[in-house]
Design a protein around this ligand. Structure first.
Ligand code: AN7
Length: 358
């Protein structure tokens, strides 16, 4: 068999023994996975927890800029194996970007249903650019997902939302990477919760590596919904979810039960964070760590801060915050939330020195 250099191995090749694939599965890859785990610099001290061992898993560095690529490589590969000709998804933006790219790579048609007016600019651009058939509905994500399920029942299209069983199987590889990069499991994993698939997938991955003896422990899973969309925290679906973090503006999470079990079994907790806490964390990541994630991703850091303050996460713990998507997808938010003067300055040295204060 031809040897593949490790650096160009697909995610599925690398973890094939843990995934529902065979030698005959046609692998559709765009170079997903193997994302950096970066140690925090200034933030622990700045927050008043200098002994905290904090790391960021930069999932925004996947090929379409979010963690969705881990599940999509598998879902689309299996769709090709099963002779599908088209895929469909509902999305708050990132799933659609990923589905569109992988479908195109595989030569499949792709339909995406988006909640009109609530998807970040870059994500809409991606779906257009990768050639998906884009439909914006007058309704929210939850409604879009209901419609996708109906279409999936009646038409010859494969659903690639996380109700597709392959999606979470692919996404669990992120937990494998965290363990390999740290050399051990962290004490805590902090992660945003929207449709609740990713927290479920990480738990599967950590649990598996614990069970097969790769690590002596598994992290406590702390998941964070946005307060205006916190169905799991409130114990009931939210009919009109609202939050600035549009990626997690979801009122009836598909993986609700598995996510709840993930938190409970691991000794963790699902909680909510306010939009203000999310934006504070978002800004801190930029100004203290040089990291540009999307607002929804910062819910993990907002939640970490909340649970440190509440004593739910000890000050000396090791914690990984999953930064699920790339900040460039949402280029409008920094200008909206920061006071910046973007007026041009006269092009001479004196004028420059005056504005620069040097
Ligand atoms: C950046 O793209 O649901 O709890 O349709 O884009 O697994 O849903 C996106 C979700 C976190 C939440 N961070 O993950 C979609 C979609 C970002 C996201 C989540 C999403 P889940």
């Amino acid at each position: 068999m031809q040897k593949i250099a490790p650096q160009i191995m697909s995610l599925i090749d690398k973890y094939a023994e843990f995934l529902p694939v065979t030698l005959h599965t046609p692998i559709v890859s765009l170079g997903e996975g193997n994302t950096p785990l970066v140690a925090a610099s200034a933030l622990p001290k700045k927050l008043g927890y200098p002994s905290l061992k904090l790391y960021f898993k930069l999932e925004g560095l996947n090929p379409t800029g979010s963690f969705k690529d881990r599940g999509m490589t598998l879902a689309v590969s299996k769709a090709v194996e099963e002779k599908a000709s088209a895929v469909i998804c509902a999305s708050t933006g990132n799933t659609s970007a990923s589905a569109a790219a992988f479908a195109t790579k595989a030569g499949l048609a792709c339909f995406v249903l988006l909640p009109h007016g609530y998807v970040a600019l870059g994500k809409v651009a991606q779906a257009i650019h990768y050639g998906a058939k884009l439909v914006q509905i007058e309704g929210n994500f939850d409604r879009a997902l209901e419609l996708v399920k109906e279409i999936g029942d009646k038409c010859a299209v494969t659903i690639v939302n996380s109700i597709n069983p392959y999606r979470l199987e692919g996404q669990k590889t992120a937990a494998f990477e965290v363990i390999e990069q740290l050399g051990e499991a962290p004490d805590y994993l902090c992660i945003p919760v929207g449709n609740a698939g990713n927290i479920s997938a990480y738990r599967r991955g950590f649990k598996l590596f614990h069970e097969i003896g790769r690590v002596p422990s598994a992290p406590k899973m702390h998941g964070f919904e946005a307060e205006g969309s916190a169905a799991i925290v409130q114990g009931k679906p939210i009919e009109n979810p609202e939050t600035i973090a549009t990626a997690i503006r979801i009122g009836n999470p598909a993986s609700w039960k598995e996510a709840e079990a993930a938190a409970l079994d691991s000794g963790g907790k699902i909680d909510s964070v306010t939009d203000e806490e999310i934006l504070d964390a978002y800004k801190l990541l930029g100004s203290s760590e040089g990291i540009f994630c999307e607002p929804s991703s910062a819910a993990s850091v907002a939640g970490l801060i909340k649970h440190l303050k509440a004593g739910l996460i000890p000050a000396e713990a090791s914690a990984v915050c999953v930064l699920t998507g790339n900040g460039l997808k949402d280029p409008e938010t920094p200008q909206k939330i920061n006071k910046v003067d973007l007026n041009p300055v006269e092009a001479n040295l004196d004028a420059l020195r005056k504005v620069m204060g040097i």
